[in-house]
Design a protein around this ligand. Structure first.
Ligand code: FAD
Length: 286
């Protein structure tokens, strides 16, 4: 089913993000993760792809497993900056052959020396995908705190509108920890004429490794409440797990209360975390 056509009577679109295993890894662990996530009945599960190019990850294989063995709608990520047209077209055909119709069209992170110079922006990828197969339902990324390379929030929104006008049906945000940033972004996006659903992406900070990665890579603003949580529980894995789940639960509940059109949880292949948050919100989500 096309994700942009999911309609909720009550509640919101609720989904998870996972990353594929390494090329040589045994698939059994991943299958167990998928089975546990599928049991939570999310509206979809997105599968990341490596920044190195579309043809070198197991995104299509995992997306196919989700759809064809576990009956969960997959959203396959696809990047373009480090790929050429033939590589992207091959990936799209692989996805289509597996019955996958939802893709998240991304520029991808810059890797020095890897850029192919064919695509510069995600909007060009959107145009290309639709030229290969107009049947794809395309989602795009957006940044409540503004994309780090953008000269200004206004320019970022201008280019986001261009991406949506090119054919993106819905947006998923970069992770953030302060819901006011999301609500303010949604308001500004609407004022800029962006009228597609904007699903909020949140990451539960439940492990030291998540904390280190987020602080070094995402550039997300860390509110005092989160800094205190990290300072107190950084070296106490069980407490960090509980506190991180509690924070993400509260964040998601407030997003729903504030009218968010969906919540996407960056679960980092941890079904126990997805299960805890989903169960904490069972009445709210159904
Ligand atoms: P774009 O929409 O192209 O925007 C990137 C920058 O270019 C912005 O500053 C924008 O304002 C600017 N811009 C856009 N169009 C133009 C234009 N026409 N002229 C001038 N400037 C322009 N990365 C991966 O490698 N794999 C993944 O699986 C992955 N999944 C992600 C999932 C989500 C939900 C998000 C939010 C990000 C994900 N990323 C992933 C990271 C993403 O690839 C990077 O954030 C990348 O830097 C930007 O991608 P984009 O698609 O938002 O790019």
């Amino acid at each position: 089913m096309k994700i942009s056509e999911i309609k909720k009577e009550k509640g919101i679109v609720w989904s998870f993000e996972i990353f594929p295993p390494k090329p040589t890894a045994d698939i059994t662990v991943m299958e167990k993760t998928i089975a546990e996530l599928a049991a939570l009945s999310p509206d979809f599960i997105s599968v990341t792809c490596s920044a190195g190019g579309s043809g070198n990850s197991r995104t299509a294989e995992i997306a196919s497993l989700l759809k064809n063995k576990y009956a969960v709608e997959p959203l396959a990520h696809i990047t373009c900056i480090n790929s050429d047209k033939a590589e992207i077209e091959a990936e799209l055909r692989k996805l289509r052959a597996a019955g996958i119709e939802n893709v998240l069209a991304l520029r991808g992170d810059r890797i020095p020396g890897a850029e192919k110079g064919v695509f510069e922006h995600a909007s060009e990828l959107v145009e290309f995908i639709l030229s290969v197969d107009p049947g794809f339902d395309i989602s795009g990324a957006c940044y409540p705190e503004t994309h780090p390379e953008s000269p200004s929030p206004e320019k970022d929104l201008e280019y986001l509108k261009l991406k949506v006008d090119t054919g993106v049906k819905r947006l998923v945000t970069q992770l953030f920890f302060d819901n006011e940033d999301y609500f303010d972004f949604v308001r500004r996006a609407k004022e800029a004429g962006i009228n597609v659903p904007i699903q909020a992406g949140i990451m539960p900070l439940v492990r030291k490794s998540n904390v280190d990665r987020i602080i070094s890579l995402s550039g997300a603003k860390i509110p005092n409440k989160v800094s205190r949580m990290i300072a107190k529980y950084y070296d106490d894995p069980a407490s960090l797990m509980q506190a991180g789940i509690a924070y993400a639960t509260e964040q998601a509940s407030d997003l729903v209360a504030g009218g968010a059109e969906g919540v996407h949880i960056y679960v980092m292949n941890n079904p126990a975390v997805a299960k805890a948050i989903t169960n904490n919100l069972s009445s709210i989500l159904n």
